[in-house]
Design a protein around this ligand. Structure first.
Ligand SMILES: C[S@@+](CC[C@H](N)C(=O)[O-])C[C@H]1O[C@@H](n2cnc3c(N)ncnc32)[C@H](O)[C@@H]1O
Ligand code: SF4
Length: 361
């Protein structure tokens, strides 16, 4: 039984030049088709589901108005059994948070918010093309607490052009002082088909792997001091505040995704909906599948994928699933430890997680 639901809302107040998620800006005429499409797709793909976790991601779900979000969540409740729901996360951009919207979402059952702060320096926020200031992000955090949210994640980025080690440490300290329950710390990546990628290729940004490693180590050193445990390479949580939805992905659980560009993996088949809101709604509303990419995931490949994700987590991978000679070698090199029969990355191993995974999986 599928227990995890993802809903993609592809709207943003402004496009950030580094971001490769499917999103649209200022397309009001697409809101109606999107809402109708998602609700119809829920009837078709998610009826009979009893989700334990729901994740509204994007884009920026709060780019929708309060009444649009109410219509969508109420409509989903009418079509899907919410009685087993334990975690309902919604992503927000600090510029789209108001007390009215946050209070309404809390009342609609949203119990976790993930907000993209990225940095507490206005200079870096400008470099990233963000639509909000640091002060606005701080106000939004206060509004979310005032609205009763007790489970908050803040996204941060490191490796931002012009960011020094001291800047990064200061961003971490400011975040820890605010005390969200969860912190995601991502290294800026230059994704194809983004403005940042073009600028990177033109030589405007110089890659500096050593500096990125140093930033990553700073996060691993600072965050535990404030009670955050690194339960996945980029994710740190207070005890019991790990994101259940993401843990389900990393544990290879099936999930259903609704909305343009959303992936679903179910019964050995992976599908991705078309990355175009009008085409998505047109297909769904005329009774045609919205998927433009479908692949079978045979059991052996599922195990490989599951191990690759699990290796990035604190619980690691059962060593019995791995080639023992390679495991022993990596243990000798100080990149892995064996804990209760599981292979777990050491601090040194986390710095080269992709290379370790390539050796093992
Ligand atoms: C969908 S966005 C979060 C919500 C909202 N749209 C926002 O930006 O505030 C998901 C997160 O992915 C991260 N992200 C996006 N593009 C990235 C990139 N190129 N490199 C590293 N992190 C990235 C950012 O931290 C961002 O907050
Ligand atoms: S980072 Fe967030 S706000 Fe910026 S374009 Fe991507 S999804 Fe939209």
């Amino acid at each position: 039984m599928v227990a995890h639901l993802y809903v993609h809302i592809p709207f943003c107040p402004k496009i950030c030049p580094y971001c490769s998620f499917y999103k649209e800006v200022g397309r009001r005429e697409l809101v109606r088709p999107l809402l109708d499409g998602i609700l119809r797709e829920a009837e078709r793909e998610a009826a009979g589901l009893r989700p334990v976790t729901i994740f509204f991601g994007g884009g920026t779900p709060t780019a929708l108005s309060t009444s649009q979000l109410e219509e969508l969540i109420t409509g989903l409740r009418q079509r899907i059994d919410f009685s087993a729901l334990s975690e309902f996360t919604l992503e927000m951009n600090p510029a789209t948070v108001s007390l009215e919207k946050a209070t309404a979402l809390r009342a609609l059952g949203v119990n976790r918010v993930s907000m993209g702060v990225q940095s507490w320096s206005d200079r870096h926020l400008q470099a990233l093309g963000r639509v909000h200031s640091a002060a606005q992000a701080r106000r939004s955090f206060g509004i979310l607490r005032e609205a009763g949210f007790e489970n908050l994640n803040l996204d941060l980025m490191f490796g931002i052009p012009g960011q020094s080690a001291a800047d990064w440490e200061s961003s971490l300290r400011t975040t820890m002082e605010l005390g969200p329950e969860h912190i995601s710390a991502y290294c800026l990546t230059y994704e194809e088909d983004t403005e940042y990628f073009r600028r990177f290729q033109n030589g405007e940004f110089a890659p500096d792997e050593e500096r990125d490693v140093e930033f990553f180590e700073t996060a691993m050193r600072c965050l535990p001091q404030a009670g955050y445990s690194q339960y996945e390479i980029s994710n740190h949580a207070r005890p019991g505040r790990e994101c259940l939805h993401n843990l389900a992905y990393w544990n290879g659980c099936d999930y259903v995704g609704l909305g343009p560009s959303a992936f679903s993996t179910r019964d050995g088949v992976r599908r991705r909906n078309v990355c175009d809101t009008r085409a998505y709604a047109g297909r769904i509303l005329s009774g045609v599948s919205a998927a433009d990419f479908v692949e079978e995931v045979p059991p052996e490949l599922r195990v490989v994928e599951k191990n690759a994700f699990a290796l990035r987590t604190r619980s690691g991978v059962s060593a019995s699933n791995l080639p023992m000679d390679k495991v022993r070698q990596l243990v000798l090199e100080g990149l892995l430890i064996l804990e209760d029969g599981r292979a777990v990355l050491t601090e040194k191993g986390k710095l080269v997680a992709d290379a370790v995974a390539a050796e093992l999986i």
